[in-house]
Design a protein around this ligand. Structure first.
Ligand SMILES: [Zn+2]
Length: 465
């Protein structure tokens, strides 16, 4: 990195004035050095979450690059790095397709380039992210795997940690939880070797996510707190935002709503200040869920609507926001809007979409059919979603969705008194209670047990004769 206001010659490393044309020591042109300097500034802007400022430094780098021969640009990896940095600006602002195009150009410019391994590992990792958002988990996994191999070959522990963590996330999203944990642990090893707080915090965040789905939940809380404790040492705003937002979600699912709200609002401040669109979508969606649970109807709608309307982000990333809006409009019995968001959700999510997006779709459909008292259809949708979650061994999500399913069964039993439906509701609640007990989530367990106690106290509905 260059010092502020001075220009290091790439040829002899002499310190030059920023406006100098040739090096004071070796006499060579400083155009390449100045390009490098502006790319460094762009990089620092991206880390600090100043994406618009990054764009103006990138323009300066582009202007300097015009004076360079293609050999000069290649030698210092200037072209490849410029494409990579531009892709990052697009990515954080939520323009996934544009980021993809820049990444492919960066990749082209890195072929057979000695010394470009770290950059190559980062480019491959980002291509994995793009494939993830394009609902191609297989392709994403291949990129992450390749990225981790390139990084390991040259001892780039930080880049290896990043790719391995992402590989774990893809595996957990396709239901291979045990393999996911193996990769999270490898990611943590690499993070420890890198000595970077950012990588350690990210590795803790991923492991926390694993325990938040598989239990015991106290480990999810422990790893979350370890990750939060490192935030003060992390310059990278995108990373600080992710860590804080996911901590909010871990606390929310535990039903520590106060701690959840603190984290989610802090994450929202970072996401809003930087303009990190994908995180705004995710974080606003979790805030919407928090407000739904708190019964704050206006704030619920406001957050869900803002999440859905983040311009530039891909529709599949907004499936959680669409689900919240479907739920909100069901609660308002505004069927025109329910159908509007339902339709968008159906268009955005396909069979090849990530598991989370597919569950969002099934859940929205199931809730809509329940609200319309179309019991058979509701049953079918819930069963599809429940089977999908069972096949992935995601205990938390299973119990969470089964709570909605049990509620639907109780509504059905109330509308059409039938002891077999009532019994199914009770059996489902009993299964949920076992799951929450195994996950060690006392507040969630208590609320299910209260419902079971209520059922035991009130008489079972009788079949019509
Ligand atoms: Zn020089």
């Amino acid at each position: 990195m260059n010092k502020q206001g001075s220009l290091i010659c790439l040829n002899c490393e002499a310190d030059n004035q920023l406006n100098a044309h040739t090096c004071c020591q070796c006499g060579q042109s400083l155009a390449a050095s100045r390009t490098y300097y502006y790319l460094d500034l762009t990089d620092a802007d991206i880390i600090n979450g100043r994406y618009d400022h990054a764009r103006s430094n990138m323009t300066r780098a582009d202007v300097e690059m015009l004076a360079l021969s293609s050999e000069q640009r290649k030698r210092y990896l200037l072209t490849a790095r410029a494409f990579w940095l531009q892709s990052q600006i697009y990515y954080y602002k939520g323009y996934i397709d544009e980021a993809h195009a820049e990444l492919l150009l960066a990749l082209q410019n890195l072929e057979d380039q000695a010394g470009g391994e770290r950059l190559l590992a980062n480019v491959l990792n980002s291509l994995g992210n793009v494939e993830f958002y394009h609902a191609n988990p297989e392709a994403a996994a291949i990129y992450y795997q390749h990225s981790s191999e390139v990084a390991l070959q040259v001892g780039e522990h930080s880049a290896a940690a990043k790719a391995m963590g992402n590989l774990g996330l893809i595996l957990s999203d396709t239901g291979r939880m045990d393999e996911a944990l193996t990769w999270y642990r490898r990611s943590l090893e690499q993070a420890e070797q890198s000595g970077e707080s950012l990588r350690l915090a990210e590795a803790y965040r991923l492991i926390a996510g694993f325990y938040a789905h598989e239990g015991p939940y106290n480990l999810a809380i422990d790893y979350t707190n370890k990750s939060l404790a490192l935030r003060g040492q992390i310059a990278d705003q995108a990373s600080a935002c992710r860590i804080t937002s996911e901590a909010g979600e871990v606390y929310l699912n535990y039903r520590d709503l106060e701690q959840a709200e603190t984290c989610l609002k802090e994450a929202q401040e970072i996401a809003h200040r930087t303009g990190y669109k994908l995180m705004q979508v995710t974080n606003l969606t979790v805030l919407a869920e928090l407000m739904r649970l708190k019964g704050s109807s206006e704030a619920w709608f406001d957050y869900a609507n803002r999440a859905f309307n983040q311009v530039g982000s891909v529709l599949s990333a907004r499936s959680g926001a669409a689900l919240q809006l479907v739920m909100y409009y069901i609660s308002e019995q505004n069927w025109i809007y329910v159908r509007k968001y339902m339709q968008m959700l159906e268009e955005a999510v396909s069979d090849s979409s990530a598991y989370t997006e597919r569950i969002n779709l099934h859940r929205a459909q199931a809730l809509l059919h329940s609200a319309m008292e179309q019991w058979d259809e509701a049953e079918r949708r819930f069963t599809t979603a429940i089977d999908l979650i069972r096949s992935s061994h995601d205990s938390y999500r299973l119990a969470d969705l089964q709570e909605d399913y049990a509620a639907m069964l109780l509504q059905h039993a109330a509308a059409e008194p039938d002891p077999t439906i009532y019994d199914r509701a009770r059996a489902t609640l009993e299964e949920i209670a076992i799951t929450f007990r195994n996950l060690e989530m006392p507040l969630r367990l208590a609320s299910v047990e209260a419902r079971l106690a209520q059922m035991a106290a009130s008489p079972q509905p009788q079949a019509m004769t």
